[in-house]
Design a binder for this molecule. Structure first.
Ligand code: SAM
Length: 200
């Protein structure tokens, strides 16, 4: 991975507040937390060359597939950080990010693990700092319990909810790009839940 620092960015804290220099343009920055193997971001990057995408994934064994995909596609607008989302404030400045995606995050169903859910209010505190005031969180999951929890967490945090879908693949929401988990679960006939949330 160290051979491809232009794809898996090493020392991301050095670029805090300067990601537009890394991409060499002023395009908006969209971040996916818990990006997995990168299918969603590579697809989004291809569809939206006018947006810069950064995926954060903590496990090398997973992000290596994202790297392989990115080497093959040579898309300049998609980069990855092999880091833990818990440290996201080290990598992005206040208001540097335009949109944050949370896709099929681990549900951590036991109450005692609530703080690990990426839609827990502790994480929302972090996201709020790096997102622009007009920034948005886009969330998808197959897990009904996590979806219900997240709707409460996002609205309890004072965020407004938009484009809520209880069955994304049967909804009229356009431009959906499937993640690996989304493909896997929808092939099994499971429905996909989705919402967008804004601070204002
Ligand atoms: N988003 C992908 C998808 O929809 O196919 C992957 C979903 S997978 C269930 C969740 C991913 O989030 C895992 O690869 C996991 O390692 C990553 N993840 C969970 N918590 C994380 C954290 N705190 N920091 C970085 N990655 C995290």
């Amino acid at each position: 991975m160290k051979q491809y620092p232009h794809i898996i960015v090493s020392n991301p804290s050095e670029h805090k507040g300067k990601w537009n220099q890394v991409f060499n343009n002023d395009h908006p920055i969209h971040v996916e937390v818990g990006t997995g193997k990168g299918q969603f971001l590579m697809g989004m990057g291809m569809l939206h060359p006018e947006v810069n995408y950064i995926g954060i994934e903590k496990y090398d064994s997973v992000i290596i597939t994202a790297l392989e995909r990115a080497i093959e596609s040579e898309q300049p607008n998609v980069k990855f950080l092999n880091e833990d989302v818990t440290n996201i404030l080290d990598y992005f400045d206040q208001g540097e990010v335009d949109r944050l995606f949370i896709n099929f995050t681990d549900p951590w169903p036991k109450n005692k693990h609530e703080k690990r859910r990426l839609t827990y209010k502790g994480f929302l505190d972090l996201y709020k700092q790096i997102l622009k005031p007009t920034g948005e969180i886009h969330f998808k999951t197959d897990n009904q319990g996590l979806f219900e929890y997240s709707l409460e967490s996002l609205s309890g945090y004072g965020m407004s909810l938009h484009n809520v879908s209880l069955d994304l693949h049967k909804s009229d929401i356009e431009g959906n790009v499937m993640t690996e988990y989304e493909e896997k679960f929808s092939q099994k006939g499971m429905r996909i839940y989705r919402c967008e949330a804004k601070f204002r």
